[in-house]
Design a protein around this ligand. Structure first.
Ligand SMILES: [Zn+2]
Length: 387
């Protein structure tokens, strides 16, 4: 049995970093590389393109065609480097003092490289359970790729039982995180002269009532924190991050946009907020606005709804991770990942990967070579559980 080596992994990572797969650009060049990599190993591979065809997810399978496999999952995109002060070319991997520097080395091409190096060995084994690789697009901007991928897996009747998402956790086992739901709510009013407010519909004033309501909901959620919650803060949060609207002091504001987010601990938190906003908008704000102008309106655009990863009592993924990492406890984290989407699709999901979230998204991003070695060890133990 060939065991993945760190030299192999470094070489692969060097190639992955060289693809500038920033979320707003195409990832197809890297996907071609990955598809031919898995193709050469004899894996079954499919690509799933986004609407404009410029990005894609890759799903590859080694081993038998049956349910109950393990998915190793990671995103192919990286965050931008503009405005960051890098001491070397971010898309050229540099090794220095036991670290590998470059955009994505930590978040999360380091994990991807470990997966590929492991796949080389796994391809030579007689797997009794399938080993899948899911590499997605647009994670950094709203997990759009993973949302499409879990739907595609259901459509194709693929039923893996476990998903390991290799986001940087310093190889700690992470069993939960909050959801991250992001919205823009647009208010369209009716402009008019500032001296005659009753003849217009002031979009800013309606937005203000909406925001006040959001703040009230935030307070309510604060009072509903679950006892023993390990999240910091332990309750679901709501936050308004940006607002703009109006044309000038003496003009009734014809429009206003509110950019806001909520981070539910449980899916029921999000349901509570949505229901309450629905009532506010449809029973109070809209009728008042429409009484003055038919063309007035309120529209909420969903930027992204990334599900949280809920901590569950029974978890096959956690059991396996304890076994292959030797960990005897799991944590929760503040950042969102694709794990909640897999969980929602009925797949037992867990997060564990090389590198620290501290280095993610920053200039001079790096991953410790020792972290990659630990990851390779974990993956080799995982693969030996599939034979
Ligand atoms: Zn990431």
């Amino acid at each position: 049995m060939s065991v993945a080596t760190i030299e192999d992994t470094k070489q692969i990572l060097d190639q992955l970093v060289a693809f500038p797969t920033i979320s707003h650009d195409s990832n197809l060049a890297m996907l071609d590389y990955l598809a031919s990599f898995f193709g050469q190993l004899g894996a079954r591979v499919f690509l799933q393109h986004n609407k404009d065809g410029e990005k894609a997810n890759l799903f590859a399978t080694l081993g038998p065609e049956k349910d109950g496999g393990v998915v190793l999952s990671g995103h192919s995109d990286v965050v931008p480097v503009e405005g960051q002060n890098w001491s070397s070319d971010p898309f050229k991997m540099v090794e220095r003092d036991g670290r590998l520097y470059g955009r994505g080395t930590c978040d999360m091409k380091g994990f991807l490289a470990c997966c590929l190096a492991t796949a080389r060995g796994a391809a030579e084994l007689n797997l009794v359970r399938p080993l899948h690789f899911a590499f997605t697009y647009d994670e950094e901007v709203g997990c759009f790729g993973a949302q499409a991928l879990v739907k595609e897996l259901a459509r194709r009747n693929f039923r893996p039982s476990v998903a390991l998402i290799g986001e940087p956790t310093m190889m700690r086992v992470i069993e939960g995180h909050k959801g991250c739901y992001e919205y823009t709510t647009n208010f369209v009013g009716l402009e008019g002269h500032g001296s005659q407010p009753d003849l217009g519909v002031n979009a800013i004033e309606y937005a203000a009532r909406f925001i006040t309501h959001l703040m009230g909901l935030g307070e309510k959620l604060k009072g509903q924190a679950m006892a023993g919650s390990r999240f910091d803060p332990p309750w679901a949060t709501i936050q308004v991050g940006r607002i703009f609207g109006g044309a000038g002091r003496n003009i009734i504001a014809g429009n206003c946009s509110v950019e806001w987010e909520m981070r539910p601990v449980q899916r029921s938190d999000a349901a509570l907020v949505k229901e309450s906003l629905d009532t506010l908008i449809n029973q109070h704000l809209l009728p008042e606005m429409k009484a003055v102008s038919h063309s007035a309106g309120i529209e909420t655009i969903v930027v992204g709804e990334v599900e949280g990863l809920q901590v569950v009592a029974q978890s096959e993924a956690r059991d396996i991770l304890y076994e292959i990492t030797g960990a005897n406890g799991a944590d929760v984290v503040a950042f969102g990942t694709e794990a909640g989407l897999f969980q929602e699709a009925g797949i037992s999901a867990i997060i564990c990967g090389p590198g620290s979230i501290e280095q993610a998204h920053k200039p001079n991003e790096f991953v410790d070579i020792d972290q990659l070695k630990s990851c390779l060890k974990m993956l080799s133990r995982l693969q030996s559980k599939l034979v």
